[in-house]
Design a protein around this ligand. Structure first.
Ligand SMILES: [Ca+2]
Length: 200
C-alpha cells in the first residue's frame, strides 16, 4: 500500500491462485486498487464506481512514483518477474500473457526477468533510478529507466523485503526469517546506505 502524490491510497492485490479473476474487473483480485483516504471510491477512477485502477496483475508488490509515472513490481508464476509502468484502466495481461509476451490491448512490462527469478518486493525511487528489494534474488536491484538497464547493487545479505529512501539514504530490510531463507543469528536487520555510495 502507498499513498500517492494525489493523496489517494493505492493497494496491490494478488490473484490468490485464481488467475481468471485478474481479468475480471468485478473482482478485486489481481489488481491495483485506488481509493480515497476515507475508503470511498474516487470519482475520477478509470472504471465507474470501482476501486480498480489497473488489472491483469498476478502478484503485484511494490509501488513508487517517479516523475509523473507510477511503477509496480510483480512476481511471475515461474521467473518472468515484471516491473510495469502503471496507467489507469490498463490491462497487464495475466494470465493471457506474461514476461515479454505481447498482445493488443495488454501492457508488456518495462523490465522482465526472463528465466531469472527476482521475486521483487518493495520499491523506492531516487535520482532517476528505481531501487527494488528482491527476495529470491537476494539483492537490492537498481533499475535505470532512461538507460533501460538493471543490476544488483547490494548482495550477500540474503532475502531483501523492502526498501525506502529518505534524504540521502537508502534503507532496506532483510527477511531471512520468513521461512524461506537461511537466517544468521542476528537476522533480520534494517540497513542504511548513502545513495551516493551506490553510483557508478
Ligand atoms: Ca504482466
Amino acid at each position: 500500500m502507498k499513498i500517492g502524490p494525489d493523496r489517494k491510497l493505492y493497494i496491490t492485490t494478488g490473484d490468490a491462485t485464481a488467475p481468471e479473476l485478474s481479468q475480471d474487473k468485478r473482482s478485486l483480485n489481481g489488481k491495483i486498487l485506488r481509493m480515497n483516504l476515507d475508503g470511498s471510491i474516487p470519482e475520477d477512477n478509470p472504471f465507474e464506481n470501482s476501486y480498480v485502477y489497473s488489472y491483469g496483475h498476478r502478484n503485484p508488490q511494490g509501488l513508487v512514483w517517479m516523475g509523473d509515472a507510477l511503477y509496480a513490481t510483480e512476481h511471475g508464476q515461474s521467473a518472468r518477474d515484471e516491473l510495469n509502468v502503471i496507467k489507469p484502466g490498463a490491462n497487464y495481461g495475466w494470465p493471457v500473457i506474461q514476461g515479454n509476451e505481447e498482445k493488443a490491448g495488454m501492457e508488456t512490462p518495462l523490465f522482465q526477468s526472463g528465466n531469472e527469478t527476482w521475486a521483487p518486493s518493495g520499491m523506492a525511487a531516487a535520482n532517476g533510478k528505481l531501487y527494488v528489494a528482491a527476495l529470491r534474488g537476494n539483492a537490492v536491484r537498481e533499475f535505470d529507466v532512461e538507460k533501460n538497464t538493471t543490476r544488483p547493487i547490494i548482495t550477500g545479505l540474503g532475502r531483501i523485503r523492502d526498501v525506502f529512501v529518505e534524504g540521502e539514504y537508502l534503507y532496506f530490510v532483510s527477511n531471512n526469517t520468513d521461512g524461506r531463507g537461511n537466517p544468521d543469528e542476528k537476522d533480520d536487520k534494517l540497513y542504511r546506505v548513502l545513495l551516493t555510495n551506490l553510483n557508478g
